[in-house]
Design a binder for this molecule. Structure first.
Ligand SMILES: Nc1ncnc2c1ncn2[C@@H]1O[C@H](COP(=O)(O)OP(=O)(O)OP(=O)(O)O)[C@@H](O)[C@H]1O
Length: 255
């Protein structure tokens, strides 16, 4: 395992999104929790990276700060070169809508809209037209061809998550953040969704950052970033289930 605390230079300069000396403290005084304690890490373009670590290590906090969903206490979040920590709430809302995609454990589809309307809704709301070629490609790649006219209640969990993935990808976000995207899926549908995340990085050039507890899910990624106690604890390139499990066991033993 390689530790990594240098500033984002060299290869990390290609990062689609990066944290620089990021600190997040919740609360104040005796009850303050230092959820992120000086994290510097870059997420390369067109790569699929998983964030892992023990419960409470700061995974969700890091993802929320990177995605402009939460504000850091200090440090920088660089998205395509601009520092999100310097932006107003209004600008952050626009960044989240136009430059970032999200996939959550719960699919968050609107029940009264067909799969197709769910996919294009964020663009419709922003008064933008979907790129027909990309939409076609996503529908084919995600295996949704025969399902576009269906309501979410008429789709399986795996199909609903694939609709959520298409919705996130159709606006060509600079970064797709996935938070336990297979948490509500059976293992077969989960494997499909993870394979599609990998495909979107390899074939569509999509940058994907996923938080997961599951070593099997992390093994689909190109790289795993490990957190412990709010700090970077190492990283694994071309992870396997065994290498991720070993790293997590070492972190647990060191606590
Ligand atoms: N809104 C909050 N207010 C106070 N403390 C918080 C808040 N959110 C998170 N924390 C604390 O910050 C630390 C990091 O939490 P975080 O949810 O980022 O960890 P995690 O690695 O995602 O955990 P898990 O794997 O259990 O989801 C934990 O100690 C948590 O209790």
């Amino acid at each position: 395992m390689q530790t990594h605390s240098a500033p984002p230079t060299g290869r990390d300069a290609l990062a689609a999104v990066a944290a620089v000396d990021l600190v997040k403290v919740y609360g104040a005084g005796d009850t303050a929790v230092r959820a992120l304690d000086g994290v510097t890490v870059g997420f390369e373009r067109a790569r699929f990276t998983a964030i892992m670590g023990p419960s409470g290590s700061g995974k969700s906090t890091l993802m929320h700060c990177l995605a402009g969903l939460d504000t850091a206490t200090s440090g920088q979040v660089l998205l395509g070169g601009s520092d999100l920590t310097k932006q107003s709430d209004k600008v952050l809302t626009k960044v989240r809508r136009e430059r970032i995609g999200f996939v959550f454990q719960s699919f968050n589809l609107l029940p009264q809209l067909t799969a197709e309307r769910n996919i294009t809704l964020p663009l419709d709301l922003g008064g933008r037209k979907p790129d027909a070629e990309l939409l076609d490609r996503l529908v084919t790649t995600l295996g949704l061809g025969g399902r576009l006219g269906h309501l979410p209640s008429e789709l399986s969990g795996g199909q609903q998550q694939r609709v959520a993935l298409a919705r996130a990808l159709v606006s060509r976000p600079e970064v797709l953040f996935a938070d336990e995207p297979t948490g509500n899926l059976d293992s077969r549908s989960g494997a499909e969704v993870l394979g599609l995340l990998r495909t979107s990085a390899r074939e569509l050039g999509q940058t994907v950052v996923m938080v997961t507890h599951d070593a099997g899910a992390a093994a689909y990624a190109d790289r795993v970033v490990l957190l412990a106690d709010g700090q970077l604890a190492g990283e694994i390139h071309q992870p396997s289930i065994a290498s991720v499990t070993d790293a997590l066991q070492s972190l647990a033993a060191a606590r």
